[in-house]
Design a binder for this molecule. Structure first.
Ligand code: 7TS
Length: 411
């Protein structure tokens, strides 16, 4: 692998993202909507093109050369993902279409088998709808009850309150590693240990953590972990569910169809071993294959270098933004990823989003699929700028200058 230098060289990294070299509304594009979806690295796009131009065949089903090629590359991504999150074995990696599907898989398969009336599911006030609604559906089916771990005004989970909520009835704790709306990095390792002390199973929503933080599922000792490729410079339509082998083996299938069976007859069907038991039907083969290159891309730069660089961008932006009249940060946790949510006095977030877009700057506005969090904060939404490894201080300068101009127009 020789695309990226071992130390972070942003100019070299930007060469992997030709999409950034374009004008939007007559201005150079500044892409600060990375928490929603990051841009796709060229090595990933090249792998996708190669698959569709040369290797396309269905997997696990044919003995012809193309089928063998695609099956081999598909399974290589599983091994790469195992390595990327340090899972004990590749069979503990299930391909899904993203974090949402990974969580729904656990909520439908594990939860409906193992939860019963009166059991408690703990989630935090910080969760994305994808880590709320599947549990509401599971609670409706099983009679389990959802309890919410409170947070403080800075957007940090109140650990004392969390410990108080844990009890013998707690069967599942499902929390995010990094908050998409506020960027809070949660102390998930400690939270997992405390949950295990009362015998609870833990799912970590790592959708926002995966591009920024080194994930080690064995060190964390989480039972399940979910992530999405499209937030990691990879293709859309691919995600991972990591699960410990004993849990996955005890779970019923999530969907029925081809590939997830051993034998089918009208008198009964026997299911395949993990991970195939949970991979019914033809998956996003090319996208899974290309996802490997996204993990290579991240690992070549290195999580340490990524975190250091992005933290520098965060501090730089914080420093400049606080000088803008009427700027109010939303979410000021001590331990934060490179996400800045904010409001500006007397300017609606939606207007800000549009006026920034008119200047070529992409940010996200709204509730960011965290309505319960917005309710807690007493707001409808925020403007969110989220930085990736290809963003620069110069872009932050242009962004702050644009905001300053917009604010002046409104005052
Ligand atoms: N969990 C978290 C913490 C997320 O940030 C997201 C997506 C999801 C789950 C769902 O991921 P998906 O890949 O299955 O869609 N977050 C966002 C966001 O902040 N803006 O757009 C999508």
């Amino acid at each position: 692998m020789n695309h990226i230098a071992t130390t972070l060289d942003v100019n070299r990294i930007r060469k992997q993202f030709p999409v950034l070299n374009q004008e939007v509304n007559g201005k150079p594009l500044i892409y600060f909507d990375n928490a929603a979806s990051s841009q796709t690295a060229k090595v990933v796009v090249d792998a996708l093109i190669k698959f569709y131009e040369r290797d396309h065949a269905n997997i696990h089903r044919g003995i012809h050369t193309l089928a063998e090629r695609s099956t081999k590359a598909f399974e290589e991504t599983r091994e790469r993902a195992q390595q990327f999150i340090n899972a004990g074995e590749a069979d503990e990696i299930i391909f899904t279409k993203g974090t949402t599907e990974s969580i729904n898989l656990v909520a439908q398969s594990w939860a409906t088998k193992f939860l019963k009336e009166g059991d408690e599911i703990l989630i935090s006030q910080l969760e994305h709808h994808s880590n709320i609604v599947p549990w509401q559906l599971a609670a409706e089916k099983t009679g389990a009850v959802i309890k919410v771990i409170p947070i403080n005004a800075a957007g940090e989970i109140l650990q004392d309150e969390y410990l108080k909520l844990l009890n013998a009835k707690t069967k599942l704790v499902a929390v995010n590693y990094v908050s998409n709306s506020l960027g809070t990095i949660n102390p998930v390792k400690e939270m997992i240990t405390a949950a295990h002390d009362v015998g609870a199973t833990v799912l970590i929503d790592a959708a926002q953590a995966a591009p920024h933080v080194k994930i080690d599922v064995q060190d964390l000792d989480c039972d399940f972990l979910a992530l999405s490729s499209h937030k990691m410079y990879g293709p859309t339509g691919v995600g991972i569910l990591y699960g410990k082998r004993d849990l996955l083996e005890a779970m019923p299938p999530y969907q029925g169809g081809g590939e997830m069976i051993k034998d089918v007859s009208f008198s009964g069907t026997t299911y395949n071993d993990i991970p195939y038991k949970f991979e019914a039907g033809t998956p996003n083969i090319g996208e899974v294959i290309a996802f490997k290159f996204a993990m290579d891309f991240i690992d070549e730069i290195g999580h340490e270098a990524i975190q250091e660089y992005e933290h520098k961008l965060l501090l730089y932006a914080n420093d400049k933004l606080k000088k803008i009249p009427g700027f109010n940060p939303v979410g000021t946790a001590k331990n934060k990823a490179s996400v800045i949510s904010f409001l500006i006095d007397n300017v609606h977030p939606y207007d800000l989003g549009q006026l920034l877009d008119a200047r070529g700057i992409a940010v996200r506005t709204g509730h960011h699929c965290t309505q319960p969090l917005m309710d807690f904060l007493g707001i409808d939404g925020t403007v969110r700028a989220s930085f990736a490894v290809y963003n620069t201080e110069k872009e932050i300068d242009v962004f702050c200058e644009a905001l300053d101009n917009i604010v002046k127009k409104f005052s």
